[in-house]
Design a binder for this molecule. Structure first.
Ligand code: SF4
Length: 362
């Protein structure tokens, strides 16, 4: 296809997304081509005047327009606590908590529910509206599940929505949690089905998809996304986007790999800002209505919310197609100070906003 033809297809893709319609094959190809060319050129967004930077600049502007159309200036905030860390039976190639890896990640048993409540109160003070209780492992034992039920009640008592990310949950456990006040379930697919066997061999992609389907069927707030920079191709990124679209997931966390010493992916490079912005634009156009939340790896890729020029990466991130942000610490990594993130977001005209539950609007 000629450069002109590609530009026309890219513009058509942006129009489709602005109308909240799915991208067809030609439109998706144009988006992937613009994202990949921008990433390959390492283009600083907004500075290019010629191919491929022009296409990349167009793509980023389109993603920003779709965000504005569907989310206005809203920036949805959430926070998590790592309630049980390390010793996981699974072999996810990127994960510091896998028992298959030798990392310096601290291990701890399930936290006392009172400590989880304190963490929720701190997150509320920083402006979060949702609080996720996250544990390592494929499933909790009976004692830890009892602690989780109490923790969910305590978090709900703080006024925050209580979410969990605790591996695979059957229908019965899900019902117990809903009874305790559970609002949402977070379960990542991590990557495309076709790439998954290179990342995890100890459970199947179908088990993860089923966990997401069960949570959606229960009418819960469901957060389901992945981690990028594992060595997946652009087509595999689009494949994950398509799976999320077909599942009908409304909240998509986007994580970027931070290569942790001792893990299988310890030698992979951190993604460039241009590549990460291209991924966010791809997802924004494929999933125009989804709340795209940037979570782990944000600081490694985009830096801190320091004054420019040091904080220029974070400025580009806030001007991208995202509509949500995890604040505070991540699972195994320290986060950046929430106050600085929020001050910068406000400076750029964004409005930290509570995320409603299903049935309460977007
Ligand atoms: S990502 Fe989750 S399931 Fe995979 S190793 Fe880490 S804690 Fe275990």
């Amino acid at each position: 296809m000629s450069a002109l033809g590609t530009t026309a297809e890219l513009d058509r893709a942006i129009v489709l997304a602005l109308d909240n319609r799915p991208l067809d094959g030609a439109a998706l190809t144009a988006v992937l081509s613009a994202a990949a060319s921008g990433a390959a050129s390492g283009a600083a967004p907004g500075t290019g005047t010629a191919t491929p930077n022009e296409a990349f600049g167009r793509l980023l502007a389109g993603a920003r327009a779709v965000r504005r159309r569907n989310f206005n200036t809203d920036l949805h905030l959430c926070a998590i606590v790592n309630a049980k860390s390390g010793g996981c039976t699974e072999d996810c190639a990127f994960c510091a908590q896998s028992g298959h890896h030798k990392t310096a990640n601290p291990r701890h048993a399930f936290l006392d529910p009172g400590q989880i409540e304190q963490a929720a109160l701190a997150a509320r003070a920083r402006g979060a509206s949702r609080f996720g209780i996250v544990t390592s492992g494929l499933a909790l034992n009976a004692d830890d599940f009892a602690r989780l039920l109490l923790a969910v009640r305590l978090v709900r008592g703080t006024g925050l929505y209580a979410d969990v990310s605790v591996g695979l949950l059957g229908a019965e456990r899900l019902a117990w949690l809903v009874d305790a006040g559970l609002s949402g379930v977070h379960h990542n697919l991590e990557t495309a089905r076709s790439f998954f066997p290179q990342i995890c061999t100890t459970h199947s992609y179908d088990e993860d998809v089923e966990a997401v389907r069960l949570a959606l069927a229960a009418g819960l707030f469901v957060c389901c996304g992945g981690i990028f920079g594992l060595g997946e191709s652009w087509d595999e990124r689009a494949e994950l986007g398509q799976t999320l679209l077909e599942l009908g997931v409304a909240n998509v966390p986007v994580n970027f790999l931070v290569p942790i010493p001792g893990t299988r992916l310890e030698h992979r490079p951190v993604l460039s800002q241009a590549e990460a912005l291209g991924i966010l634009a791809l997802l924004r156009l494929m999933l125009p209505r989804a709340n795209l939340r940037v979570c782990g790896g944000r600081s490694a890729v985009f830096g801190s919310a320091a004054p420019a020029p040091e904080g220029e990466g974070m400025r580009e991130l806030f001007r991208s197609g995202i509509s949500g942000l995890m604040i505070g610490d991540y699972l195994t990594l320290k986060g950046s100070p929430a106050e600085a993130d929020l001050a910068l977001a406000r400076e750029l005209g964004l409005t930290p906003t509570p995320t409603p539950n299903p049935g309460q609007g977007r």
